[in-house]
Design a binder for this molecule. Structure first.
Ligand code: FAD
Length: 321
């Protein structure tokens, strides 16, 4: 049969986020031999089209407009609805990112369609497409089959493998003019916080600190370890509430959801709300001086000890590799 699937490529500061490539791979599964069409929305994003093709898109549509320079759900929804009207796809895939979480329900509601959000796995089985997604804050997973004629899904970063990049793949990258009107939100200026290089939601290694780090300075050994491993620093809400770090680092039910290859929890007790944001990490290491701490129940490796002794030792050992 084969479906036509649109996949939104998400750009940030002139580069595509890796989840865009994972979404292309998910799109290829949903397409079942049909066409995967990458969509880029923004300003100055056309040059990113080829990369979507190298990761498996058959072609790319670019909608550029001055009013799309910064993300607004209003502007992006207008652009995407115009593309949907033109292309008449049978499915749309987004990354389950801040942008995807904001935009996808709006579009699904406009089109009067259901939305399968936060998909962690996807397979074509027995003539059906089966979507796996977490429920009850990650304590269980459900498998869903769409009964609609149109599939709308967001995929969780770091769960569905991107296809191998192949620079020999070719395809059209075409501009599509859109009219953006009556925007209810205009972004005048974007003030960025100084952040470290690795994006927490997409990081392969996360070193997270809890109330056990005891102060803002207590994060320094965690940052050193993250630097050596090329990872990002995250935090529990306990650490954020205590003002040891910014809330943008919070992981958990009311923070970011991460699925890195390696998650090192330092001085984090393992409250259920924290586990909701990290328990699907591939390998979990817990460092806590309380051997009874709940975090050890989800950890693959546990170190009972003082994080201020253990973390610098780990950093020194990893430096030798
Ligand atoms: P604590 O529970 O105080 O644990 C600190 C740990 O550090 C202890 O286990 C202690 O043994 C250990 N420790 C202390 N010193 C050291 C040392 N030197 N070396 C090693 N270990 C040490 N929490 C989140 O994280 N994310 C969320 O998104 C979130 N959302 C929430 C939503 C709601 C509606 C509610 C009610 C709560 C939410 N929480 C969330 C809060 C959550 O319930 C916990 O309060 C919080 O996760 C605790 O943070 P913590 O583990 O850092 O602190």
């Amino acid at each position: 049969m084969g479906r036509k699937v649109l996949v939104l490529g998400e750009a940030r500061e002139g580069a595509l986020r890796h989840v865009s490539f994972e979404a292309i791979a998910a799109g290829a599964t949903v397409a079942e031999g049909g066409e995967v069409v990458g969509v880029l929305v923004g300003k100055g994003v056309k040059n990113l089209g080829d990369e979507l093709i190298h990761y498996g898109a058959n072609r790319v549509i670019v909608t550029e407009h001055d009013d799309l320079d910064s993300y607004t759900s209003d502007g992006y929804a207008q652009a995407l609805l115009a593309v949907i009207q033109e292309e008449k796809p049978e499915a749309i895939i987004f990354g389950h990112t801040a942008l995807g979480k904001d935009l996808s329900p709006k579009l699904a509601a406009r089109l009067d369609k259901g939305l399968i959000s936060d998909v962690t796995a996807l397979e074509a089985a027995g003539g059906n497409l089966v979507f796996t997604r977490p429920i009850y804050s990650g304590k269980a997973f459900e498998k869903k089959i769409s009964t609609e004629d149109f599939i709308f899904a967001t995929i969780r970063p770091n769960n569905i493998s991107a296809l191998e990049k192949d620079t020999n793949r070719t395809g059209d990258v075409k501009e599509f003019d859109v009219e953006i009107k009556n925007l209810r939100t205009i972004v005048k200026e974007v003030v960025r916080k100084a952040t470290q290089g690795v994006d927490l939601s997409e990081a392969k290694v996360v070193i997270a600190g809890g109330r056990g780090v005891k102060s803002e300075d207590g994060f320094k050994p965690l940052e050193d370890l993250a630097d050596v491993l090329g990872g990002a620093v995250g935090a529990s809400r306990g650490a954020c509430d205590a003002e040891y770090c910014d809330y943008s680092l919070q992981i958990g039910q009311t923070g970011k959801v991460v699925t890195p290859d390696l998650y090192i929890a330092c001085g984090i007790s393992g409250a259920i709300q924290h586990l909701a944001g990290m328990s699907n990490s591939k390998v979990i290491v817990a460092i806590n001086k309380d051997a009874e701490a709940n975090i050890f129940k989800v950890a693959d490796y546990g170190i009972v000890g003082d994080l201020f002794e253990v973390v610098p030792l780990l950093t020194e050992e990893f430096k030798k590799l």
